[in-house]
Design a binder for this molecule. Structure first.
Ligand code: AMP
Length: 326
């Protein structure tokens, strides 16, 4: 099934001289790694085609992977094929000019809530979109080229979206595909150092925020980071948002949530879980995502408390009806 889709996508790519690649807003390692990886594979495989990666926002977190391409006027897009990676809903696409393109291909591993695109290859059980791009290469390797640069982009996204290959959606194939990338010479020391070394001021922020973690009656861990705290510690919004991971190893706390105040007063919600599914909760609050990693937005502290109550109830029900969790 996926091989058929992959061949259909390659046929479509061959039809176009110009291809523009897109990803979601507030990009993470998978969004950046998959788009850069695909751009590199297509550029070296089809040197005569014009392959661009054009988005409207940026991520410090994976800035070490290098730049994207410059903005272009509307006319540039009209003859292009759009390939949108790692983006569940059209509304989350970083660059709204994707709509001007002649056709749209969507490749993603998120749960589908609002479909879009002329050709969709979606595999919710894949650990990352990067994994899908490596699969794409693997199926078509007689016709495509890859190099160490592309492998580094794709390996980075596979590592970040799978929590360093710890999450449940990591399969035998995930590791086999990651192994193909390592065979191409990815320097894992450099990748891991860039991803996981903390600047000293971030460590100070972490120690402050660890003291702010609270638990609901049934064990949902949560923290709220207001703008004043972000400013006091000199944290960018992206750095502050990373605090969700500070709560990921509390025994019995199977759901953990970071609420991060945005510049416009809205509150970004980052939900994470072990065993329990949290994506329906995110969908109720203007969001979506995966079973155990989802995002949402709330607009008041009353709404934040309501979401917390619902998360707590969900966790209580889970604990009452299941055994063997930690
Ligand atoms: P985040 O906490 O923003 O890293 O989001 C966790 C996962 O949920 C990522 O895979 C996001 O792409 C996805 N996600 C976040 N916000 C939304 C949203 N508003 N709609 C759909 N998916 C989302």
């Amino acid at each position: 099934m996926s091989e058929q889709k992959i061949r259909l996508i390659l046929d479509k790519i061959k039809e176009y001289d110009r291809i523009v690649i897109f990803r979601h807003r507030r990009p993470d390692g998978d969004a950046v790694g998959s788009t850069k990886g695909l751009r590199e594979i297509l550029r070296i495989s089809f040197p005569k085609k014009d392959i661009r990666l054009i988005n409207c926002d940026y991520s410090d977190y994976v800035a070490f992977l290098g730049d994207e391409d410059e903005a272009q006027p509307d006319d540039f897009y009209r003859s292009a094929l759009a390939i949108v990676l790692d983006t569940a809903t059209a509304e989350r696409i970083s660059n709204p000019k994707y709509e001007l393109c002649r056709e749209i291909i969507k490749i993603d591993h998120h749960i589908v809530t609002q479909p879009y695109g002329d050709i969709c290859w979606i595999e919710e059980e894949r650990s990352s979109t990067c994994e899908m791009i490596v699969k794409f290469y693997d199926v078509l390797k007689r016709e495509l080229e890859i190099n160490k640069e592309a492998a580094t982009y794709l390996f980075t996204g596979m590592v970040t979206d799978s929590g360093r290959f710890r999450y449940r959606d990591v399969s035998g194939e995930t590791l086999r595909l990651a192994g193909c990338l390592l065979d191409l010479g990815v320097d894992t020391d450099i990748v891991y150092a860039n991803l996981y070394m903390d600047p000293f001021d971030e460590l100070k922020f972490k120690s402050h925020m660890l003291k702010k973690i609270k638990l609901t009656a049934n064990g949902v861990a949560y923290m709220y980071i207001d703008r004043a705290t972000q400013e006091k510690f000199g944290m960018s919004f992206e750095q502050a948002s990373a605090c969700v991971s500070y709560m990921d190893s509390i025994r019995d706390s199977l759901i953990w949530i970071a609420f991060v105040e945005c510049a416009d007063g809205s509150i970004r919600v980052r939900l994470r879980s072990r065993f329990v599914t949290v994506s329906p909760l995110a969908e109720k609050y203007n969001g979506g995502g995966h079973a155990c990693a989802a995002g949402a937005t709330v607009y008041s502290s009353a709404e934040m408390k309501k979401l917390l109550r619902e998360a707590d109830l969900r966790l209580r029900e889970y604990k009452e009806n299941n055994e063997g969790w930690l």
